[in-house]
Each structure stands twice: as C-alpha cells, then as structure tokens.
Design a protein around this ligand. Structure first.
Ligand code: ADP
Ligand code: MG
Length: 274
C-alpha cells in the first residue's frame, strides 16, 4: 500500500515554505591559477537550504567555503553542476542577496553612512529619508551610532567590518551571505554581534549562509552546520543543532551545547581528506 495515502496533507503554503531557497546540485569548481596549475576547490557538492534557515559552513582553510558563497552570490559560475536560488539558476548577482565579505570592501573616500547607502544609491540613483533613517538605525545596531560621518580610515578593522554588515542588511535581503564576518572582532564584540545578528534574523527572517572558523559561533547561531572536508571541498557531514531559540548567554553553558561543540571539534579536526 502506498504510505503517502495516509500522510497528512500539507497546505500549499507549507509546501512553498519547504521548497529549497538555495540549492547546490553536483557542484564542482576548478580554478586555473596564474601559473597555469589547476585547483579543484569543490567536488560534487549537494546541499539544500530551506526558507529562513540559518546554516553555517565550517571546515579547514582552503576547503571552498568562500567559493560556495561566491557561487550563490552570482560572482562565479560553477565549472560543473548547478546552483539555484528559488528554483532558478544563478547567473548574476541579485538584489535579494546581501553579502558581507571576509574583508570589508568599503570606499575610503566616503564616510560611513554614505558607504552603507552606496549600493542603493548606485542602483536607484538616489536614496530617500526612509533609507537614511534605516541606515542610521542599523549603525546603532552595530554600535557605530556616533561614527556616521567619519571616514573609513578613521575606523578600526572591527568597526569597518560592522559597517560592512550594516551595508549588507540595509535593503533587508531575503538571503544573507556572510563570510567570516566577525573574525576581525574581539571576543566580546563578537558575542555581542552574534546576539544582534540573531535578533535581526528573528525580527526580519532571512535565509543565512554563514562561514565561520568558530564552532561555538556556528552552534550559537545555526539551525544546521555543514562540515566540509579539506580540498577538494565536499560536504562531509550536516549537523542539526537542536538548541532551543531564542538563544542567549545561557545557551553557551547548556550541556547540549558543550556536548555538541566537542562532537563537532572531533569531526572537524580528525577528518582526513578522502
Ligand atoms: P576557504 O574560504 O574555505 O578558505 P576558498 O573558497 O577561498 O577557501 O578557496 C578554495 C580553494 O580555491 C583554495 O585552494 C584557493 O586557493 C582556490 N581559489 C579560490 N579562488 C581562486 C581563484 N580565483 N583562482 C585560483 N584559485 C582560487
Ligand atoms: Mg574563505
């Protein structure tokens, strides 16, 4: 007998919510370096992200984490396989994506506020008072309220990174790609920013792909953690994070948190290239 006959019918809206927002199918990426040598950065990556899911990518340096983000962002075309967003192949950068790069790519001749509003001004030719108010409020969120009119060169590396995060959030994107966004921050600011990001994500849900080297950060933030193997990068394991939300400081001392952190540490450090 067909088991699906007895399954409860999911409403159509739920079906849409369950459809993947981002999908990698058999994705491979080979780079040809300037000296002509070939580097296989990704090999047969298969991964689906659901709507409003928070997923972290973790794995050794050079395993293709940034490459995966660039593929979703439309900054790179896969050598093999397909990357799609909302069921459509990615062919170019799209408006519904916010990207916070590993190094803040800010314009040194503009002040902080103008940097944050630059992509919108570039796209629409102008910005309105609402955009400016949102930019100001985001600056507050990332702790830069008093720096709106400062030049980029007057900010520390960590402050620049926070400005870049505010810029990625300004147009309230459906998809947020973050490449080690907190790595330049000190430990305290890092925790604070993690909780801020969780607050923003719960107030304005979005699908987030977050690259990090920190197992703690991945656990604190994510619904799922994708552990990648060394080059060529592949999905080695996907770990569900069963910690309740909202997460807060108490989450860090939850026994489940500690247990999972140890478990993942073993997986990341003992994983040999296959
Ligand atoms: P990760 O972010 O996990 O540290 P990357 O995605 O940056 O790794 O890089 C994966 C591999 O691909 C590395 O070996 C890197 O040197 C190589 N690579 C990345 N981009 C390029 C490029 N544009 N040209 C040549 N090699 C590249
Ligand atoms: Mg990287």
């Amino acid at each position: 007998m067909n088991a699906t006959l007895n399954a409860p019918q999911a409403p159509v809206a739920d079906a849409a919510a369950l459809a993947p927002v981002i999908e990698f199918k058999g994705v491979g990426q080979v780079f040809t370096s300037s000296d002509g040598s070939r580097v296989e950065a990704l090999h047969d990556v298969n991964l689906s992200l659901r709507r409003h899911e928070f997923v972290s990518l973790i794995g050794p340096s050079g395993c293709g984490k940034s490459t995966l983000l660039r593929l979703v962002g439309g900054l790179l075309k896969p050598t093999s396989g397909a990357v799609s967003i909302f069921g459509m192949p990615v062919t170019e950068p799209r408006d519904e994506i916010g990207f916070a790069f590993q190094k803040p790519t800010l314009l040194p001749w503009l002040d902080v506020l103008d940097n944050i509003t630059f992509p919108m001004r570039h796209k629409y030719g102008r910005i309105d008072d609402g955009d400016k108010a949102r930019a100001q409020s985001l600056l507050e969120t990332v702790g830069l309220r008093d720096f709106a009119r400062k030049r980029i060169g007057e900010l520390s590396g960590g402050m620049q990174q926070r400005a870049a995060i505010a810029r990625a959030l300004l147009h309230d994107p459906d998809i947020l790609l973050m490449d080690e966004p907190f790595s330049a921050l000190d430990a305290l600011t890092r925790d604070e920013m993690s909780f801020e990001l969780l607050r923003i994500w719960s107030e304005r849900p979005k699908t987030v792909v977050f690259v990090t080297h920190s197992i703690q950060e991945a656990l604190l933030l994510s619904d799922r953690i994708v552990v990648m193997s060394a080059r060529p990068g592949r999905v080695a394991e996907i770990i569900d994070v069963p910690l309740a939300r909202p997460r807060n400081l108490a989450t860090l001392s939850d026994p489940v948190f500690t247990h999972l952190a140890n478990d993942i540490r073993v997986k990341v450090f003992t994983r040999k290239p296959e």
